[in-house]
Design a protein. Structure first.
Length: 307
């Protein structure tokens, strides 16, 4: 599933290519992709037509477009799910095999005239969501100073790169949970934007086992984890995200290349790079975790217990 860096790369593309443009028409090609719009596909099409896109905003993995021209304030939420793509295309470009929604945009410079939502596995979707006040009275997310957030995303915690959160807040949120550390940081109500790949990378960098109980975690360890999360996400964002799945592309269809820099994820049976630098021999191991896999070094990420 796309994680924070992948979604942020898409947001930046939308901010460049579609912000300030008016939606001239909308075509829903597969009603399943607007199933969360409870008033149905026809209302979805009619409501968006004539609106101007004012913002491109992200919190965690949630992405939304601000809309000017509605009587009641609302936004267009796009959730990428497992395989969703938002692509900016020329109208004459051949339709993608799994094209689900087409937004025709007013002409602006020489920019392509369509925003397309493509989704092979149909776990993602688009819908219009009303706005509510942010719970903490601070800006909703990356790309806006507005103090309003889509109702559908109001439960999502601030994400790794959000300047309005702190390591102390992460520590307090973790200590309120009674679970394993990796499970906790994958919980989008604790901290958002983290998925399986970057969780493994940050835990490796922080020298922490994802199996640690949150009740045993100490402030210095959370500080170390917080710094690792920020560093991993920042470097991945600079690279455009990972590219394990060719479906994960930005609005121009380009994949990221951070996969080349991974230290833990996907490296089962390979030397731990940190241990090798220290003159130790240790192999990255893979374990089943929540229906997926966890990649760790058994030497430099020990499972420590406090009594």
């Amino acid at each position: 599933m796309p994680e924070l860096p992948e979604v942020e790369v898409v947001r930046r593309g939308l901010e460049k290519w579609v912000r300030t443009r008016t939606i001239e028409s909308v075509q829903v090609l597969d009603p399943r992709s607007v199933r969360r719009h409870l008033d149905g596909p026809q209302d979805f099409e009619q409501t968006l037509t004539g609106c101007t896109i004012s913002l491109a905003v992200r919190r965690g993995k949630f992405l939304w477009l601000g809309l000017d021209g509605l009587e009641v304030p609302a936004v267009l939420v796009a959730h990428l799910g497992m395989s969703g793509q938002l692509l900016v295309e020329e109208p004459e470009a051949e339709d993608e095999k799994h094209l689900k929604v087409r937004l025709s945009l007013a002409q602006h410079l020489d920019y392509p005239g369509e925003l397309r939502f493509v989704d092979q596995r149909i776990f993602g979707g688009m819908f219009i969501s009303p706005l509510v006040a942010t719970p903490d009275g601070l800006p909703a997310g990356e790309g806006t100073n507005d103090l309003a957030i889509p109702k559908a995303a109001a439960h999502i915690a601030r994400d790794v790169l959000d300047p309005h959160r702190s390591a102390e807040e992460l520590y307090l949120a973790l200590r309120k949970r009674s679970t394993q550390l990796k499970r906790a940081i994958l919980d989008q109500s604790v901290i958002s934007g983290i998925g399986n790949i970057y969780a493994d990378e940050a835990l490796w960098q922080a020298k922490l086992s994802g199996l640690r109980k949150t009740a045993t975690i100490r402030r210095p360890e959370v500080q170390r984890l917080n710094e690792a999360l920020i560093d991993v996400m920042t470097r991945a964002l600079a690279a455009g995200g990972t590219s394990f799945d060719s479906l994960y592309v930005n609005v121009n269809g380009a994949s990221g290349y951070f996969a080349r820099s991974l230290n833990a994820y996907g490296r089962e049976g390979k030397e731990c790079l940190r241990c090798a630098q220290d003159g130790r021999v240790s192999l990255i191991r893979r374990d089943a975790f929540m229906g997926r896999s966890s990649y760790t070094c058994p030497v430099c990420q020990p499972l420590q217990k406090r009594t």
